[in-house]
Ligand binder design. Structure first.
Ligand SMILES: Nc1nc2c([nH]c(=O)n2[C@H]2C[C@H](O)[C@@H](COP(=O)(O)OP(=O)(O)OP(=O)(O)O)O2)c(=O)[nH]1
Length: 131
């Protein structure tokens, strides 16, 4: 099955809340919340791809930090590899450039947001952070 390599970012505000974006209708996993990001294009590094996706989706210039976790998971149509990076800092105010809803979730409330199965390990890590 085809391998799809996706990068996503943990973006925090000054209060430590984490930014989630809601997948829009007509895409797979529509309605679920995700860490903003997307697929790596041929020839891109993971960091470059993530900065590009965050520019396109949120209108911010992100400084991509370290890898939080990488997960591989079979989906019905593909084998997904999801690499979740910390975003060290960013310029601009995130907005849903593609009409997607955004939410700032305190780490201990991440479980309230339905997310794709590949996100579960990252969510478990983030929820362990002290409030
Ligand atoms: N950005 C992001 N994608 C995630 C997360 N968790 C997760 O399973 N995914 C999946 C959903 C999609 O199958 C894939 C990301 O693809 P995408 O958002 O770039 O592509 P898409 O669905 O718009 O495009 P397409 O497959 O319809 O061409 O990764 C996450 O936390 N963030």
């Amino acid at each position: 099955m085809r391998l799809v390599h996706v990068v996503a970012g943990v973006i925090r505000d000054a209060r430590g809340r984490i930014l989630l974006a809601r997948r829009t209708e007509g895409r797979d996993l529509a309605g679920l919340w995700e860490f903003p990001g997307g697929k790596i294009e041929p020839g891109e590094t993971a960091e470059h791809a993530l900065a590009r996706e965050l520019r396109e989706e949120l209108g911010i210039e992100a400084n991509v930090g370290g890898l939080l976790i990488d997960v591989q998971m079979p989906y019905p149509d593909k084998q997904l590899r999801l690499d979740v990076y910390e975003i060290r800092s960013y310029a601009g105010t995130p907005s849903g450039m593609e009409g997607q809803a955004l939410a700032w979730a305190p780490p201990h409330k991440l479980a309230d947001y339905p997310m794709p199965p590949a996100d579960a390990p990252a969510v478990a890590l983030l929820m362990r952070e002290p409030a």
